[in-house]
Design a protein around this ligand. Structure first.
Ligand code: THU
Length: 131
């Protein structure tokens, strides 16, 4: 799966964005180590704080389907600039793809970042056993 292909999946994810309040549409495509791809979009709410970002939509969909390990996430937004993930989404990425790649695109092309580069001091709790 090339970075460009994952960006194209993110654009497909953006088609489902529900963003009547901001008119800022975001799409994400999450590549699991299994090879499966999970799409996400932002889902807004009249109670603004209830809004869910595209990245977390994709990650929560995947985890709820039994995936735990991920390679990369591509993110696009409707204004064509780089869609840097918000702090909450970076924290969630630190949980599930701490070594993963974040793939963004703007008019200069594709740029990739490590999650740890975008959120170097993520909050962590040691977990002795997983559930
Ligand atoms: N948004 C995302 O989907 N991902 C982010 O990382 C930042 C922001 C959405 C939330 C809201 O629907 C819109 O962008 C404007 O904040």
């Amino acid at each position: 799966m090339s970075e460009q292909e994952l960006i194209q999946h993110a654009q497909r994810g953006m088609e489902q964005a529900y963003a009547p309040y901001s008119n800022f549409r975001v799409g994400a495509a999450l590549l699991a180590k299994s090879g499966n791809i999970y799409l996400g979009c932002n889902i807004e709410n009249s109670s603004y704080g209830a809004t869910n970002c595209a990245e977390r939509t994709a990650i929560f969909k995947a985890v709820s389907e039994g995936e735990r390990e991920f390679e990369a996430i591509a993110i696009v937004c409707s204004n064509g600039t780089k869609a840097y993930p918000c702090g909450i989404c970076l924290q969630v990425m630190s949980e599930f793809l701490p070594e993963g790649k974040v793939i963004l695109e703007d008019e200069n092309g594709i740029q990739t970042y490590k999650v740890s580069e975008l959120l170097p001091s993520a909050f962590r709790l040691d977990i002795s056993e997983s559930c």
